[in-house]
Design a protein. Structure first.
Length: 142
C-alpha cells in the first residue's frame, strides 16, 4: 500500500484537478491509512468519470483534470493513475474493477455482471450519481 500512498501523494502535490477529484484522492489516502481497502476501492471508482478537460463546459462533471498538465507533471493522466490504483484495490478486495463486465451464459440467457458502487460515503454517492446521470444522458438504464 505504500506505493499507492506515494503515488497519491504525488498526485495531490503536482496534479491539476477539480475540487471533487482532489477530495476523492484525499479520501482514498484516508481510507488506505485507516486500512478500509473496500472503501478505497469504492472511492477510486470515480476514475470512470474523470473528464480530461479541467475547464470543460458545462461544469456538471465533478471529477475533472487538466489532462495535458498532468501528463507533463505526473507522466500520466490522473485517470490512468487512478485506473491502475483502482484495479490494484479491486484485486486486494477480490471484487470486479469498475468498467469491467463479465458475461455468463445462464438459463435466462447471457447476462453481464459489473461493479456496483455502494455506500454512504459522499464521494461514493457522487460516483453513483455520475453513473446514473451518464446513463440517462445516453438513454441507458443505470
Amino acid at each position: 500500500m505504500d506505493n499507492i500512498l506515494g503515488t497519491l501523494t504525488k498526485v495531490l502535490k503536482s496534479g491539476t484537478m477539480s475540487p471533487m477529484l482532489t477530495r476523492a484522492v484525499l479520501e482514498t489516502v484516508k481510507a488506505i491509512k485507516e486500512e478500509d481497502i473496500d472503501l478505497a476501492y469504492q472511492i477510486t471508482a470515480c476514475k470512470s468519470h474523470i473528464c480530461g478537460k479541467l475547464n470543460h463546459w458545462p461544469r456538471k462533471y465533478a471529477f475533472r483534470e487538466d489532462f495535458a498538465a498532468n501528463e507533463k507533471a505526473l507522466g500520466n493522466s490522473i485517470y490512468c493513475i487512478m485506473d491502475g490504483i483502482h484495479f490494484q484495490l479491486a484485486m486486494r478486495v477480490d471484487k470486479m474493477p469498475s468498467g469491467m463486465v463479465v458475461f455468463g451464459d445462464t438459463p435466462r440467457g447471457i447476462v453481464g455482471e459489473e461493479m456496483k458502487s455502494s455506500g454512504t460515503h459522499p464521494i461514493v454517492k457522487r460516483v453513483i450519481f455520475e453513473k446514473a446521470r451518464c446513463a440517462r444522458e445516453a438513454g441507458l438504464r443505470s
